[in-house]
Design a protein around this ligand. Structure first.
Ligand code: GUN
Length: 283
């Protein structure tokens, strides 16, 4: 048996189409969603992500501003720019691409963004809202995974959901979103004992580890749903996920890399930016 490939590109195109339609209707009311993207330094992976975010803004009919700042930018300069964008009426959402250089505090940057414009949902106010289940913005990667599960008719209710990785960006909020949908959630990490055994319990497994091929077929229950959030490069420089492709033969559903969870992440950023624009205009 080979798993059904969960096509994140196709779903992403569909959702972007409906965002574009809604944006066109908003523009008639005088509101244009606007996203500001900040990148500090020249990390090559971040540069690719930022370029894709700009392209997605264009595809959704948004206004966008890009700030490519040199690596030696001071924290005060960056916080000054964020303050200016917090007050800019053209800007509905602000995203500062992470990681930032070591001399800048990531948390200080996150804390500086107005929670109403925090389309990443990284600000402690938004993190708290996610925890209590009353939120306007869901973090983009976990939100994209939930949309993919819904699209393929996979309901987490009552199922064993295992998330491998406990980052603030993916693992922790992924666990919360699955819990809100009544999944039985286990979050694993580098100190988890008997990791393979815990993974084998999963009806739905989300891999967010950042290590190529980390999840192998022996860690998968027959017929599981396997969501691969990893974006890594193999020894030949080819983009690959956290899940060994051989898992396709054991899983019932699986996201490919590229073309699975990745495109959905950026699309959810667009959705959050649209939501921010509507809320800021009382719509
Ligand atoms: N770096 C890697 N993923 C993300 C993300 O979702 N948002 C931001 N701001 N930076 C990232």
């Amino acid at each position: 048996m080979s798993a059904v490939k969960m096509d994140g590109k196709a779903l992403s195109d569909k959702v972007r189409g409906s965002i574009l339609a809604e944006t066109e209707a908003l523009k008639k009311k005088g509101v244009t969603p606007g996203l500001a993207v900040i990148i500090v330094g020249n990390d090559p992976a971040s540069e690719i992500y930022v370029r894709n975010k700009e392209k997605a803004c264009a595809a959704c009919g948004f206004y966008s501003e890009k700030y490519a700042l040199p690596a030696q930018t001071t924290q005060d300069e960056l916080l000054g720019l964020i303050d200016q964008l917090n007050r800019s009426p053209q800007i509905s959402g602000i995203l500062c691409q992470l990681p930032v250089p070591d001399h800048i505090s990531e948390q200080a940057v996150i804390n500086a963004i107005d929670p109403k414009k925090d389309v990443d949902a990284f600000h402690p106010v938004n993190v708290g809202r996610i925890m209590v289940g009353s939120f306007d913005f869901a973090p983009c990667t976990p939100a994209g995974v939930m949309e993919l599960l819904d699209e393929y008719g996979i309901d987490p209710k009552g199922r064993e959901c295992v998330v491998v990785g406990r980052s603030n960006i993916v693992g922790k909020p992924m666990g919360m979103l699955l819990l809100h949908r009544h999944g039985t959630v286990t979050i694993c990490h580098s100190r988890t004992q008997n990791l393979a055994e815990v993974c084998r319990r999963a009806d739905i497994l989300v891999a967010a580890v950042g290590k190529a091929g980390f999840i192998t077929p022996d860690m998968i229950k027959d017929g599981a749903v396997v969501i691969d959030v990893g974006i890594n490069r193999d020894a030949n420089g080819k983009v690959c996920g956290d899940v060994d492709p051989a898992v396709m033969d054991k899983a019932a559903f699986m996201t490919p890399v590229p073309g699975g969870a990745g495109p959905m992440t950026i699309t959810m950023l667009m959705k959050n930016t649209l939501t921010a624009a509507k809320l800021q205009n009382g719509l």
